[in-house]
Design a protein around this ligand. Structure first.
Ligand code: 6LW
Length: 507
């Protein structure tokens, strides 16, 4: 039997939302303080996803002021298709105008400028009834009727079913099927207590009756390798099968576990029993959907030969036009400094999400004669940087309030290849029932180095650091690791950038 591998989109891709148009699926995720925002993916089978763009790709759609905190900005989006138009609705929590929606005829864009909806809370979602009414739900959860063309609130907001008592009832989505309106809801918080619950009513206004078994999905308190499962969306395939797309995390180590890739996107089949969805647990492998459309593996190297940056590239808060160029030196990405340090917003950075526990990243650069390098970042206060300047290559570690140059050595003038190799130890085998039983070498603080990040220049190792300081447990926040090129003084030209994930089994 054919199976597929979870996660279906690895790395920092949380709060997924999905819709289907014919045989095509589209999926969006949160993007927080990064620009462009809201990555959008396409698939024909729910398993193989290709990023086709970013919904918010210009300042008129996405303004993240310099004061935008890490993990501020763009929270959970919802994507829907109605009456020939795609809708993406989300919240910019660093802007006080509330939620906004944008529309497009084609999912690749262009997407419209925002229509603002002056309602509080987060996690907006949209659903339409037979009369053409547009229903907006937010965390709480709350229900309002809106005019999606103007953003005007026409009815409500009113509180609706708030789940089974878990904290943060959020990520509500309404679905109409079999004569019922189902309200899918996440509760328990986005960490290890995360859960998905369900209720239904004859009308979106309620009253909602909880399902016979709630939550319908949670991994809390289990030793399953996939944790924090929640923030779910549902989709029905052309063959009538139902699927849930949701976020989860893959913690490693023990006491406490730690996660470096952030919250990722998972897929799990759904059965309907007596009019209620039954789902989970989320396994690393499930039987595949009927449709199967594999994609070629993504290229390891970006040669910077294309006229526009590939959609995977993200910058922090903004990407001023005069801070980068693909044409100044053809075949190279030229970056110009906009700020003197990675420790504060305002710097020039082009990065991509770390999507594998084991990956190798390299870039060839000519610092020319600025200060430039490669950074592995969680936020301004948690990053490791290998950088070239003034005839030296150095490795800088910023962990909370501490900043230290941990290694340096001279280098010859001219282009240089910088390499970052991230390795996270495998999770404990499922047979292990306690940390002491792990048997994976000596137990005790510092006894194992389950996460390492090695930095080299022109193939010569500069130093290897403990990667756990660049984890959600240390840095906190909603994102995951991003690895990228930066310039903090002068300019630098990057000839190519390689990203190779090496811990993946075949899909
Ligand atoms: C999001 C909330 C959540 O708004 O985390 O997991 C928040 N769920 O629904 C940020 O991603």
């Amino acid at each position: 039997m054919r199976t597929y591998r979870n996660p279906v989109i690895g790395g920092f891709h949380p709060d997924p939302s999905v819709c289907r148009v014919g045989e095509d699926y589209y999926l969006v995720c949160s993007s927080f303080e990064y620009f462009p925002g809201v990555p959008i993916f396409h698939s024909r089978d729910l398993v193989h996803w290709r990023q086709i763009g970013n919904v918010l790709d210009r300042p008129s759609q996405l303004h993240l002021p310099p004061g935008t905190l890490a993990s501020g900005g763009i929270f959970a989006p919802t994507i829907r298709h109605h009456d020939g138009l795609f809708y993406m609705i989300t919240t910019n929590v660093s802007d006080d105008r509330g939620h906004f929606l944008v529309t497009a005829e084609r999912p690749e864009g262009p997407w419209s400028d925002p229509v603002w909806i002056d309602l509080p809370r987060v996690d907006p979602s949209l659903a339409w009834d037979e009369e053409g009414h547009c229903w907006l739900t937010t965390s709480g959860p709350r229900l309002a009727r809106i005019d999606p063309a103007s953003g005007e609130v026409l009815e409500g907001p009113v509180d609706i079913w708030a789940g089974t008592g878990g904290k943060y009832p959020e990520a509500p989505h309404l679905f109409q099927t079999g004569g019922w309106w189902y309200l899918l809801l996440s509760e328990g918080g986005t960490e290890r207590g995360h859960a998905v619950s369900i209720a239904r009513a004859r009308s979106p206004r309620g009253p909602f009756e909880p399902g016979p078994v709630n939550p319908i999905l949670t991994h809390r308190g289990t030793s399953r390798p996939i944790q924090s499962t929640g923030h779910a969306d549902l989709v029905c395939a052309p063959d009538g099968t139902w699927w849930m797309i949701l976020l989860g995390a893959r913690p490693r180590g023990y006491s406490p576990e730690f996660q470096v890739l952030g919250r990722e996107t998972f897929l799990v089949p759904v059965e309907w029993v007596d009019g209620w969805p039954v789902v989970g647990p989320v396994e690393e492998r499930h039987p595949a959907p009927a449709a199967w459309h594999p994609l070629p593996p993504p290229p390891v190297r970006d040669d910077f030969d294309a006229p526009v940056p590939a959609p995977c590239w993200i910058s922090v808060r903004c990407r001023p036009d005069d801070s980068w160029s693909l044409t100044e030196r053809p075949g190279r990405l030229t970056l110009h400094a906009t700020g003197p340090t990675l420790d504060r917003p305002g710097h020039t950075f082009f990065g991509r999400r770390q999507q594998h526990h084991d990956c190798r990243v390299s870039a060839r650069l000519d610092p020319d004669p600025g200060r430039a390098g490669l950074s592995v970042r969680l936020d301004e206060a948690h990053h490791y940087d290998i950088e070239v300047s003034g005839g030296e290559v150095s490795l800088i570690a910023r962990i909370g309030p501490l900043r230290q140059v941990v290694a340096r050595r001279p280098v010859a003038p001219g282009p240089l290849t910088l390499t970052v190799h991230c390795r996270t130890a495998d999770p404990l085998p499922p047979s292990v029932t306690s940390a002491a039983e792990a048997g994976a070498g000596p137990v005790g603080v510092g006894a194992r180095g389950p996460d390492t990040i090695a930095f080299s220049a022109d193939g010569v190792l500069l130093a290897e650091l403990d990667g756990r300081y660049l984890s959600t447990e240390v840095a906190t926040g909603f994102t995951g690791r991003v690895i990228g090129m930066y310039v903090t003084e002068g300019s630098a030209a990057f000839d190519w950038f390689d990203y190779e994930g090496t811990d993946d089994e075949p899909v």
